[in-house]
Write a protein that binds this ligand. Structure first.
Ligand SMILES: [Mn+2]
Length: 235
């Protein structure tokens, strides 16, 4: 079984389509939230995901931007993010907002080898808000795993790819599809191959997409220009 991990699409349709061309045929897709926010195509991204969730094995949880846009909970957002939240609330359809409201905060998955996974956008301690950055001390990751009953924890939120291994258990972040922040502008995703032995059966991938087009649409929509510029730098 091949499990594709994606996260933080952020209304970037071009990045999602580029990733989908590589993972669309995998057995399972697990998405760790933030379908929307920042980018220019929230309705298109949500409708793409809704359609695929109906026809195949595709699980998706809620991120802090999905939550902010669906419920108006934007505390702690920077001015650019907040402006994008307001813009999303104006342009998104009722049906798509309702879809965001129904996304669960946590997801569970068990693969065909019996390994179990907890999906959460931020961390078990603050599901929508805490950032598990790769440079945190190992003791933090140990503490976090203390709140998880499953074998592995799958997160998003930082937009930085990460693999932490602690006593045979893993914390995996595939990186950001639609707004990478590790200095590489290309869309990020990861693959778990359950035909191989864990923990070394996860691979991180990058794929180029039409970033010029996404940036053009951000500016055209009247969203902050900074949100277009950062896509080229991957920060
Ligand atoms: Mn995000």
């Amino acid at each position: 079984m091949l499990i594709a991990l994606i996260s933080d699409i952020h209304s970037n349709l071009e990045a999602l389509q580029a990733v989908w061309r590589e993972i669309g045929g995998e057995d399972v897709i697990l998405c760790m939230g933030d379908l929307v926010g920042y980018g220019p195509n929230p309705n298109e991204v949500v409708e793409f995901v809704r359609g695929r969730m109906e026809e195949r094995n595709f699980l998706c949880i809620r991120g802090n931007h999905d939550n902010a846009i669906a419920f108006g909970a934007e505390w702690g957002f920077n001015p650019y993010a907040r402006e994008a939240v307001r813009w999303h609330q104006r342009v998104m359809s009722i049906e798509n907002l309702e879809f965001l409201r129904r996304l669960p905060v946590r997801g569970l998955f068990k693969d065909d080898a019996g390994r179990s996974y907890l999906m959460i956008h931020g961390s078990p301690r603050a599901p929508l808000d805490e950032y598990l950055f790769p440079w945190l001390p190992e003791s933090e990751f140990r503490t976090v795993l203390g709140y998880v009953r499953q074998d592995d924890l799958l997160v998003g939120h930082t937009h930085v790819p990460m693999l932490k291994l602690i006593n045979g258990r893993r914390i995996i972040n595939p990186g950001g599809v639609g707004q990478p922040r590790d200095g590489d502008w290309r869309a990020a995703y990861a693959l778990i191959n359950t035909d191989e032995e864990p923990p070394d059966n996860v691979e991180f991938h990058r794929v180029e997409y039409d970033v010029e087009e996404t940036a053009r649409k951000i500016v055209e929509a009247g969203l902050p220009r900074f949100l277009a510029e950062r896509l080229f730098e991957g920060y």
